[in-house]
Design a protein around this ligand. Structure first.
Ligand SMILES: NC(=O)c1ccc[n+]([C@@H]2O[C@H](COP(=O)([O-])OP(=O)(O)OC[C@H]3O[C@@H](n4cnc5c(N)ncnc54)[C@H](OP(=O)(O)O)[C@@H]3O)[C@@H](O)[C@H]2O)c1
Length: 300
């Protein structure tokens, strides 16, 4: 990703200094006109804007550990991590007199410099505006989310949650399909229909969470529990690992035990967040529900 960002800056005519722990990886960028700095501190020194994009927040700190004097420019960290890490890095930067803006890249490296890139930013608005001429070279959509330094990372993690669970679900579903002898291409054609339900579901979740009302006009937590139990049985019969399904059953069982079986699935988000019911949380010590308890979980 660092190479894609630097290439976009170079292509837009920005004088660009690059640094990477393994310098060989910068060869193509140097051939395109980048200057290779011997240390990260050297790269940051004279820059008006520094883009950090490494493995994680720890790697950002490790890279900048040798920084002697606070740089005049702005540090924009586009490495992934959670909101708490962004806030901790902001404190670390403030103690060293570093101007710090956080960001999160939502799209893959090949989108950088094209209209398909989407990058979120949060932190001091003045730093966002000051860095904008460079940030715009990354293309696509830049969204500034406000002064709270942790917000870009918070969005990134929630969206990655959706992506990780969806892709995990896709892998599990294909496993079950092929174990049942279904041809992958035939399965994919119908699987796309399930994926197409998600945009409307996202809006329904948002509306219900905003209203604080969860009518099960399409389906309820209890009926979802019943469906998951069927799938879990089918996967077990084929010797496929049912761990992800049992995790979902467990959450549904806890929500049903708290009296939400007759509510829509959106209630589960509020239940998991622990904002629904004082004293009841998804992490409470309720026993793992049996399959039959889930099947029988009815309306409140
Ligand atoms: N790739 C994508 O499509 C994509 C999309 C969205 C967000 N992101 C985020 O962008 C960031 C970079 O992703 P990537 O795909 O470029 O990852 P990557 O290919 O695995 O590269 C990791 C980079 O971090 C450096 N690094 C790791 N540990 C380090 C340390 N302790 N000190 C200094 N440098 C260290 C590596 O240096 P070496 O080369 O020396 O190992 C390398 O430059 C990640 O936070 C990722 O989540 C990536």
């Amino acid at each position: 990703m660092g190479r894609a960002l630097a290439a976009a800056a170079l292509a837009a005519g920005h004088p660009t200094v690059v640094w990477n722990r393994t310098p060989d990886k910068a060869e193509a960028l140097v051939a395109q006109g980048a200057m290779l700095a011997p240390t990260a501190a050297d790269a940051v020194g004279g820059a008006s804007v520094t883009i950090a994009c490494v493995l994680n927040y720890g790697a950002v700190r490790a890279s900048l550990a040798g920084l002697a004097d606070p740089p005049e420019g702005t540090l924009v960290n586009l490495s992934s991590g959670h909101a708490g890490e962004a806030r901790a890095l902001a404190s670390w930067a403030a103690q060293r007199g570093i101007n710090y803006l956080d960001g999160a890249i939502l799209t893959p490296a090949p989108t950088i410099g094209t209209g398909a890139a989407t990058i979120l930013y949060s932190g001091p608005q003045t730093l966002f505006h000051r860095s904008r001429p460079l940030l715009e070279t990354f293309g696509g959509t830049s969204i500034y989310l406000g002064e709270d330094i942790g917000v870009a990372s918070a969005y990134e993690m929630a969206l990655l949650d959706l992506f990780a669970m969806s892709v995990g679900g896709l892998a599990h579903a294909f496993a079950l399909a092929i174990a049942e002898g279904i041809e992958p291409a035939a399965f994919a054609r119908l699987a796309k229909g399930i994926g197409a339900l998600l945009p409307d579901l996202a809006d329904r979740f948002a509306d219900q969470l905003a209203a604080g009302r969860f009518p099960a006009d399409v389906s309820s937590i209890a009926s979802a529990g019943s469906a998951v139990a069927h799938v879990s049985d089918a996967a077990a019969a084929r010797g496929i690992d049912t761990t992800p399904l049992r995790a979902i059953q467990r959450i549904i069982g806890r929500a049903a035990a708290a009296g939400y079986g007759g509510d829509s699935y959106a209630r589960l988000a509020q239940f998991l967040a622990g904002t629904d019911h004082p004293g009841v949380s998804a992490e409470s010590a309720a026993p793992e529900p049996s399959q039959s308890a889930l099947r029988g979980a009815g309306p409140r």
